[in-house]
Ligand binder design. Structure first.
Ligand SMILES: [Zn+2]
Length: 45
């Protein structure tokens, strides 16, 4: 109980995401998917 998970260095990378369509940097993360806040394009990895 109360054990801390150490995931540092594995999935903690701050990636800069860009919309491939409109080059917008405001990418929203929802339901396990990334999508552009501007044009709504879903960005698949
Ligand atoms: Zn876009």
């Amino acid at each position: 109980m109360g054990r801390e998970k150490d995931l540092s260095g594995l999935q903690n990378e701050a990636k800069v995401r860009l919309c491939p369509d409109c080059k917008n940097e405001e990418i929203e993360h929802r339901n396990g998917e990334f999508f552009c806040k501007k044009c709504g394009l879903v960005i698949d990895e």
